[in-house]
Design a protein around this ligand. Sequence first.
Ligand code: NAD
Ligand code: UDP
Ligand code: UDP
Length: 343
Amino acid sequence: ETNSVENKNNYKYHNGGRVPVGIGRKRKRIVVTGGAGFVGSHLVDKLIARGDDVIVIDNFFTGRKENVVHLFGNPRFELIRHDVVEPILLEVDQIYHLACPASPVHYKYNPVKNIKTNVMGTLNMLGLAKRIGARFLLTSTSEVYGDPLEHPQKETYWGHVNPIGVRSCYDEGKRTAETLTMDYHRGAGIEVRIARIFNTYGPRMCLDDGRVVSNFVSQVIRKQPMTVYGDGKQTRSFQYVSDLVDGLVALMENEHVGPFNLGNPGEFTMLELAEVVKETIDPGAKIEFKPNTADDPHKRKPDISKAKELLNWEPKISLHKGLPLMVTDFQNRILNEDEGKGN
Ligand code: NAD
Ligand code: UDP
Ligand code: UDP
């Protein structure tokens, strides 16, 4: 293990501490795990645009090189194919830990692997943060509230989660990741941040990842009916990805540990969402009802007073404004797919 490493950013790392070397602009070196995924790739774009050096760690389970291909050749960008379940040695200032599939279809595909990613992956990134004195941000989820008995959900709510259900690998995995994060903070004095992210949509989502916004948009572009699960009266609050990325950076740069809810409080039933998708893409679009999945939360809406007050953050883009931005990206990718180019 290297005990002293000089990097190009005027820092020297020595025995786990960070020592400035000379003067100059303090460009940060940042790791983004899961940086080839939907949210991660947008975050990486923002950090690179700000002038920082970014290392993406991704095993490409749900991420795609296409999401970051525009950064290939940029000397400030580095991509490492690596599974966070395995340890890794790096020297950085900040760690944004996103690696974990977010769609229920993806995490249910291999639930045990999902738990390993959340527990061992988070442990490794916290061990890394401890060794090099980096600040660590966990992207947790509104799923820690489970099928909530409080509405809207505040950060003080402890949740209503089934420990043995088909969603538990994700819900309980993230809850454990939050626990680990706080234990490293309290026990090892690591600087940590916790974001609880509510449903987010935008360009670069996987076309067929099974989440409701990507499903409805792909279905209507392909002239298929939108699949509404259950009676469609369950609610979610949909946040546009650039709002989330702004919130994650604000959280990382501020002094508060959290947890902070990051979401758009606009609440929609799935039937209302289908209406918005219809208005945006094709007024003739149809819906079809399908049986709902097990343990589906009935409602979800963030109380974001804490982030508003302490991070001075709130979402700016409504569903009506954000959806068309995603639709353009999906139309292009579905067209390419139809022309046999893949995506
Ligand atoms: P995503 O599936 O698009 O991205 C996850 C990325 O992590 C992918 O690039 C994937 O290949 C990578 N990954 C998965 N397992 C890995 C492993 N073991 N090692 C290395 N890389 C691995 O999902 P997203 O929507 O971008 O979500 C990013 C983060 O935000 C996740 O932690 C997710 O739980 C959290 N989150 C997202 C939402 C949302 O609505 N998008 C909501 C709540 C929380
Ligand atoms: N770890 C890592 N990179 C590092 C430092 C640690 O991947 O730079 C991993 C390490 O392999 C271990 C985990 O992080 O599995 C937790 O590390 P910590 O030092 O906290 O615990 P220990 O190694 O003592 O179990
Ligand atoms: N859903 C739906 N049709 C779909 C996919 C999902 O009606 O094609 C519903 C799902 O039952 C849930 C809501 O949409 O009530 C949000 O599901 P998603 O998987 O997007 O996110 P999560 O359940 O993790 O909030």
